[in-house]
Write a protein that binds this ligand. Structure first.
Ligand SMILES: [Mn+2]
Length: 291
């Protein structure tokens, strides 16, 4: 049986850029069923596509996967605009069948109200730093490049994916304080809107913790972290990291059930290794140590 979630939230896929992990996210989504899928901004990188990007088959496949979720499981899809897909501003709000394109939304979970937004609203207000300004745009591009080099090396040696830029961000002081400031501001905004929680993306830093009584959730991204938020039917939230999903075990289980003659060889169960529940927020969400 596939794990069935009430809601899955992903953000910052940046389709159209070199670093976008389009294949991985399509593979990830294939492992689960969900009632609601929320695409929380920067899914398509309109800025990059305008500049030099190319739309590739794997990008189309990502949307085909989403169409399949709608067709096969009647999943409701909410696409919220981000700053990189702000071209959506011209058409939203828009609703076609199960797909709804909008700016932001209020989501209710276990009697609590969550404000869901991509989270770029504070870029110009809170600080002179735009979110990547601590390294400069060039620095960030370089980091992503280095990330690819390191992971190419690791892949060749059979080592798991490691997000170098996440690791470095955790080390740079100004980046750490920027992230703190961002998280605090978004929690404040949720409170001002009469919500108990905030769900965002934008800064490419996955998180699940309480800030002054506000439940702060950030789904991370699919350029470096490769993470998503998932809510089960009891209203428990968790972060799922792609690099920690044991696809091999899933395949083995499938082969096992195939040979044992059961008819569920296409079904699979995923047990994310890192679970973070609402009741016990932990701060051990940093990327795994460099190995
Ligand atoms: Mn963004």
């Amino acid at each position: 049986m596939k794990t069935h979630f009430k809601t899955i939230i992903v953000s910052d896929v940046h389709l159209g850029t070199k670093g976008s992990k389009a294949k991985e996210i399509a593979r990830f989504l294939k492992q689960y069923h969900c009632d609601n899928l929320i695409l929380n901004g920067d899914i398509i990188d309109g800025w990059q596509l305008k500049k030099s990007g190319a739309w590739k088959r794997k990008h189309t496949r990502f949307f085909n996967r989403i169409l399949k979720m709608i067709e096969n499981h009647n999943t409701q899809v909410f696409y919220l605009r981000g700053n990189h897909d702000d071209f959506l501003d011209q058409i939203l709000p828009l609703q076609i069948g199960n797909l709804s394109i909008q700016t932001d939304m209020i989501y209710e979970s276990r009697g609590k109200k969550y404000f869901i937004t991509h989270g770029d609203v504070f870029d110009s207000i809170t600080t002179n730093l735009r979110w990547i300004a601590y390294l400069g745009d060039m620095g960030y591009t370089f980091l992503l490049w280095l990330n690819r080099v390191v992971n190419h090396y690791r892949f060749k040696r059979g080592l798991p994916y490691f997000s170098l830029s996440q690791y470095i961000k955790g080390k740079v002081k100004s980046a750490v304080s920027y992230v703190d400031q961002y998280e605090t501001e978004l929690a404040k905004m949720a409170k001002a809107k009469g919500c108990n929680g905030i769900i965002c993306g934008h800064i490419h830093k996955a998180e699940n913790r309480l800030i002054d009584g506000v439940h702060y959730l950030n789904s991370g991204d699919w350029v470096e972290t490769m993470s998503a938020l998932a809510e089960d039917h009891e209203g428990n939230w968790q972060l799922i990291y792609y690099s920690e999903i044991n696809f091999k075990e899933i395949r083995d289980q499938e082969v096992g059930s195939f040979f044992s003659g059961k008819e569920e060889e296409n079904e699979s169960t995923i047990i994310p290794l890192r679970k973070v529940s609402f009741d016990s927020p932990k701060d051990d969400l940093n990327p795994p140590a460099f190995r």
